[in-house]
Each structure stands twice: as structure tokens, then as C-alpha cells.
Design a protein around this ligand. Structure first.
Ligand code: IVH
Length: 667
């Protein structure tokens, strides 16, 4: 057989294999047996062995994995991969509908498409002239990791589009997922081999996609649903629903529970349907996505910096489980706050084992009447700390007693007091070791001074041995002192000294955050650093000066003022400087994020006065004007915005709601 004959044969085999693949993995409706499929694949492999020049990157033989990689390459997404705004409940979905109608000036029903929100790993697949050439993870939305070899092992991804006339370029996006069954099976196998198990199907999918050796990925039953696209050159899609139809025709796997809906009420009914299906699906979903169907309207609605205005994710309620409380312990935090925590029989929610849940404070304990020995419902929502929802009273045993917080601190024995008007109880001892330890951990944490290697145990040791009584003491620690601690090798001691040294160069904003002043989180710390620029200025600032700063309210002003008027704190700052800490103060102009940008505010604002909003823009290098022109960069609309908003839309100027403007400030 010559090359020409062979190449025809190879093309024929490609077509057959792609077709059977599609029938099996996308339609779940095979036409041939596995043996027949394997037979065709082997035939193709034989041809490729004999005629290596016929082996192309889109060949079905490429699905078995390739040589392992050293590392993943970075890939920029041609169009950023945005995330979705959340709506919690149908009320917020209706608010979303109101919002887009106002924005688009539409009074009738909007056509939506409602889809399950797949709890998987977001990827982008790039097709050039119909051939799959590159695949990547979402990463930070702008740059992801190239995982082409791994994605090729997913049989539901077409290597080549089923189209006579494919677009020049198409970037489709979807969610790679693991089925629940697949997850359980894989974990059983791993457990039997003594390998660590995965927490949930989502983590399994992520772990499988991030294998440097694609032969491992090839053994994992990964699936995909395509739900959107980025760049498309040489193909016009008029609406989301028609794009999905075309994707199906081209061989992509699209979720079968997607439905076009006329108006928000119909969209809500379909969300209810999806919720009712949730537990029967083979894969996990964590919400429903509601998208405006028309691409013209999508474009008109536009996007915010991180998410489109034309779509929203309805998040499902938190997952719950029941378990038994073995004990209630109390923890003492950095500010002396006493938090009751339930110590429970371990139980899994969504594959994550939980044995602790917060009981918040005495009022919450009283309200729910939680007692040691009770059976309770606990829940976990997203990344938040699990909490006890309610007691199952029918299971309560005789002899249980009401729980009250101790009146003395379990760590230092000092009095615990509840301040009028506050829900929390606090230990009143400023040098309580528990508070000191927590304060030190906070100071050294990643978002603060970022001192690497200071784990919980080490902080405990440093405080207990008296080496660190105050955060400044870190900077006078010697290697010998550290090496003298229990279980501390010379090398580790040196590493810690090195990371302490590294943390000596610190931005003023981080340092302010690290001090852990009440009401001063990361954002407020940044605002303070920007406005006051130096420690000296902060020391001089009056409560009034502080309060005159945008975003600084009376509570923050009081707290900052009090901090800088406490002798002990000033001494700490002096010692920090003496031990070589260099505070990088802000010089020159303030934040210039709005440099040269022109803003117009219109309608009635709720979150700011017009004056305040304009002042912020000016402080940050921009200008606020009163009429919309081609030169305007942003139009911020409040309630009942009228002709200026319309004009902005006409001129294609970015329109921000007040909330979005606020988000922009907080970035
Ligand atoms: S549309 C700009 N549709 O959810 C909108 N996303 O929180 C782009 N996701 O990163 C996405 N199911 O990976 C869309 N049916 C669905 C989805 C979905 C899951 C993921 C997506 C995105 C994240 C946003």
C-alpha cells in the first residue's frame, strides 16, 4: 500500500472513530461494541506505525496520553474567562431581572436560558479551522495552565469539529467534571492502594486535569459540558441558545437540562426543576445559571470587571448533615472574644469531613438551646466555617443540661465579661496568652507580615517560653534562641530567621492590618495608608481628621485614634524600627487608579452623596463632570437615571451602577 492509499484509509478510520466516540461519550448511545471500537483503533495505530507522517495531532490515537510534561505552560485567554455574580434565592433573581430591564430599558419579558451550574473545573478549548489545538484551565480568568494533552484524553471533547465549514477560530468553554460514581470508585481504589483519597468529585476532576503525565489522566473517566465561548472568528452566533445548538451539532457535549425561558417567572420554574433533579444527577451541581439569550442584549448589558451583567448564578442552599455533639469547647480569640465551638462526631458534607462547628455566642446557644450530647443539624456553605443550624429535640436524651459560657477565661483565668450592647463575651486580660498567641499569628499571617514557617506550634512555643511577648520581639530573635526550642533543627531555625529578615520590608498598609486594630481590615488599612501615608501622620491625626476620610466611619476613627495614643503601641512601633523593620510609606500622589478618567454621576445615589463620590474620583486622579460626551469614560447611574444614561448607552460608554462603582473602589 502506498502513502496515498494509506492516507485515505487513515482519514476513513478517523471519521469512523470520531463518530463512534461521539455516539458513546456525548450521546451515550453507541452503535458498535467496545471490541469493534478497539479493533478500529488498533487498525489506525498500525497505519500510523507504518506511515508516521500520517499521525496528526488530532488523531483519535492521541487520546491515550502522551509523554509526561516537566511543567504546565501558561496560556492567556484571548477573551478573559469571567465569573458569575451570585443570587441567593428567587427574590434576588427577580432583582436581577429588574436590574437588567432597567439597564436595557425593556418593559416586557426577557428571553433567558437557564442551565445547571456544574460543580467542576472550568476550561477553554481552542479550535483552529475545526481542529482542537489547545486547551487550558481558567486560572485567574486571564491566564491559565495549558493542559491540552490531558484534555485530549477526554473522549467527549471532539478532536475535530463535525463541520464542513468550521470557523477560523473558536474558543469554547466548559466544565470538566467527575461523576459521583466515578469519584467513589476511584477513592476506593486509592484507599486500597494506601494512596490519599480525594475530598469530592470536583477536587478529583481538578487533580486529574493537573497531572503532568497525561497517561494517568487518560485512565480517569473525565467528562465535560460546554456552556459558553470566548473568541469566535468566522462565525456569528445570534443567541446563546442557538450557539449551544450549533455546538451540539459540531460534536460537543452540552447539558441536557438547559432550557430557554420567556421571562423571569418561567426561568424560576426551570430553576425549581433543576433543584428537584439535583440529587438524581450523576454529577454535582451547585446552582443554576440564568443568562440573557440574545447576544445583542448581552452586548448592550455589558460586563463588570469580573462578571457579566447579563447572567447570574442562583446558588443552592448550603449542604446539611446530622451528627452528635460530644463536647462544647470555648476558644479565646485575638481580641479576647470567647467563641463556643461544638466538638462533634465526624461527619462528611460534600466529601469534606467536619468535626467542629461554631456556635457563635451565648445568645445563639440560648436561642437554639444547644447542649452537650444533642443531635444537631449542621451546615456548610461555601468556604465559611460550618455551623450548627438546629437541635433535633426528639433525639435529646434525659439529663442534658443547658450550656453557659464560663465566667473565667479557660486560658488565663481572668474574668470574662460581656460588654453592654455586644453579643460576645471577652476575656479582659490584655496579656492573656491565648490572645497574645492569636495576635502574633495574625501579625505573621500571609496577608499581614507574611512571615513564612511560623506555624501554630511554634507560636505556642515562642509565647510559652517567653521569647515573644510582643510582636516586635520577632525581630530580635536569634538563630540560637530558636534552635534551643524543642524539636527545632538548626536548618529550620535558619529558615525562620531568613523569613523574618525578609518580612522586614513592609508596606504601611500591611503593617496597619497586621496590628489587628478593631474595625481595620485589609481594605480600611489600605485606605488609611493612602490617605495618611506615614506612621507619623497617623500619630498626629485627630479623630476628626480620620473621620473626614472617605470610607472611615466614627468607629474606625475611634479605634485608630486610640491605637496611636496608647503608649505601649507607640513603643512597639519604635522597637520595630529599631530592630530594622522598614515601613514602606506611600510617597507622592495617592492612588492614581482613576488617572485622567472622566466620570459623570447621574440619578439619585444611595451609597454616597454626589459630593462624596466626586471627591473620591478627584482624590484618585480623575475628574467628575456633569454632562456626558465622547470623552466621558464612566457614567455611574443611581436611581431614576434618565437621559444621561441613555446618551451613555448610545455612545457606548461604560455604565456602572452605584454598587459597581463601589466595587471598583474596593478592588
Ligand atoms: S457561563 C461569564 N454556564 O461557573 C459566564 N458557567 O462562577 C461564563 N459554570 O467559571 C460562564 N456551570 O466555569 C456558565 N452552565 C454554566 C456553568 C458555568 C458552571 C462555572 C464557570 C465559571 C463559574 C462562574
Amino acid at each position: 500500500m502506498n502513502t496515498i492509499e494509506a492516507s485515505e484509509k487513515v482519514r476513513d478510520l478517523h471519521e469512523k472513530l470520531n463518530h463512534h466516540n461521539y455516539r458513546y461519550y456525548v450521546l451515550d448511545d453507541p452503535e458498535v461494541s467496545d471490541t469493534e471500537y478497539d479493533h478500529l483503533l488498533r487498525e489506525l495505530q498500525n497505519f500510523e506505525d507504518k506511515f508516521p507522517e500520517l499521525k496528526t495531532p488530532d488523531s483519535p490515537t492521541q487520546r491515550i496520553g502522551a509523554a509526561p510534561l516537566e511543567a504546565f505552560q501558561s496560556v492567556s485567554h484571548a477573551v478573559p474567562m469571567l465569573s458569575l455574580d451570585n443570587a441567593f434565592g428567587f427574590v434576588e433573581l427577580r432583582e436581577f431581572d429588574e436590574r437588567v430591564k432597567r439597564l436595557l430599558e425593556i418593559t416586557g419579558d426577557i428571553e433567558y436560558v437557564v442551565e445547571p451550574k456544574i460543580d467542576g473545573v472550568a476550561v477553554e478549548l481552542v479550535y483552529e479551522n475545526g481542529i482542537f489545538i489547545q486547551g487550558s484551565t481558567r486560572g485567574d480568568g486571564f491566564v491559565g495552565e495549558e493542559v491540552t494533552q490531558n484534555l485530549k484524553t477526554i473522549r467527549a471533547i471532539p478532536m475535530r469539529l463535525f463541520s464542513e465549514n468550521p470557523p477560523q477560530r473558536l474558543d469554547v468553554r466548559g466544565e470538566v467534571y467527575y461523576t459521583r460514581d466515578g469519584f467513589i470508585k476511584l477513592n476506593k481504589e486509592r484507599e486500597a492502594k494506601g494512596e490519599p483519597t480525594y475530598a469530592n468529585p470536583r477536587n478529583t476532576a481538578a487533580g486529574s486535569l493537573r497531572q503532568l503525565d497525561s497517561k494517568i489522566t487518560a485512565r480517569r473517566p473525565l467528562h465535560i459540558f460546554i456552556h459558553s465561548f470566548g473568541q469566535a472568528i468566522g462565525q456569528q452566533f445570534t443567541a446563546h441558545s442557538s450557539a449551544l445548538e450549533i455546538f451540539k451539532r459540531w460534536g460537543f457535549s452540552v447539558n441536557p437540562h438547559i432550557q430557554a425561558c420567556q421571562g423571569i417567572e418561567s426561568a424560576i420554574s426551570h430553576c425549581e426543576k433543576i433543584i428537584s433533579l439535583r440529587d438524581q444527577l450523576e454529577y454535582e451541581i451547585d446552582g443554576a445559571v440564568v443568562k440573557i439569550d440574545s447576544h445583542v442584549l448581552q452586548a448592550q448589558a455589558g460586563t463588570r470587571s469580573r462578571s457579566p451583567r447579563w447572567a447570574v448564578a442562583l446558588k443552592f442552599e448550603a449542604k446539611q448533615a446530622t451528627t452528635k455533639i460530644n463536647d462544647i469547647i470555648v476558644q479565646v480569640g485575638r481580641t479576647g472574644a470567647i467563641t463556643p465551638v461544638a466538638d462533634m462526631e465526624p461527619v462528611k458534607i460534600d466529601g469534606v469531613e467536619i468535626s467542629r462547628a461554631t456556635l457563635h455566642n451565648q445568645d445563639e446557644i440560648d436561642r437554639k438551646d444547644v447542649r452537650v450530647g444533642d443531635w444537631v443539624v449542621i451546615q456548610r456553605a461555601g468556604d465559611v466555617i460550618p455551623e450548627v443550624v438546629k437541635v433535633i429535640l426528639s433525639k435529646r436524651l434525659k439529663g442534658t443540661v443547658k450550656f453557659t459560657l464560663p465566667t473565667i477565661c479557660p486560658e488565663c483565668g481572668a474574668h470574662v465579661v460581656r460588654i453592654e450592647g455586644e453579643a460576645v463575651h471577652r476575656c479582659q486580660n490584655l496579656s492573656c496568652p491565648a490572645q497574645l498567641k492569636e495576635g502574633i499569628r495574625y501579625f505573621a499571617a500571609k496577608r499581614a507580615l507574611d512571615i513564612e514557617g511560623l506555624g501554630t506550634k511554634l507560636v505556642d512555643q515562642l509565647v510559652e517560653t517567653g521569647l515573644v511577648k510582643n510582636v516586635a520581639d520577632f525581630f530580635s530573635l536569634t538563630k540560637e534562641q530558636l534552635a534551643g526550642l524543642d524539636r527545632m533543627a538548626d536548618k529550620s531555625a535558619q529558615n525562620i530567621i531568613d523569613s523574618i529578615e525578609k518580612s522586614k520590608q513592609v508596606d504601611l498598609s500591611r503593617l496597619l492590618y497586621a496590628f489587628g486594630m478593631r474595625h481595620v481590615g485589609e481594605h480600611v488599612a489600605r485606605v488609611l495608608a493612602q490617605q495618611f501615608r506615614t506612621v507619623e501622620n497617623l500619630k498626629q491625626a485627630t479623630v476628626e481628621d480620620l473621620q473626614n476620610t472617605h470610607e472611615i466611619g466614627p468607629q474606625v476613627a475611634e479605634s485608630v485614634h486610640a491605637f496611636f495614643h496608647e503608649e505601649e503601641n507607640l513603643q512597639t512601633i519604635e522597637r520595630l524600627i529599631k530592630f530594622g523593620v522598614k515601613i514602606k510609606e506611600i510617597e507622592g500622589v495617592l492612588d492614581t487608579r482613576f488617572d485622567g478618567k472622566i466620570f459623570v454621576f447621574t440619578g439619585s445615589l444611595q451609597l454616597f452623596t454626589r459630593d462624596e463620590a466626586e471627591k473620591i474620583v478627584q482624590n484618585w486622579g480623575g475628574r467628575a463632570t456633569s454632562s456626558v460626551s465622547k470623552k466621558t469614560d464612566y457614567v455611574v447611574i443611581g436611581e431614576n437615571a434618565g437621559s444621561k444614561a441613555a446618551k451613555a448607552r448610545e455612545l457606548g460608554i461604560t455604565i456602572l451602577t452605584e454598587k459597581e462603582f463601589k466595587e471598583l473602589l474596593e478592588q
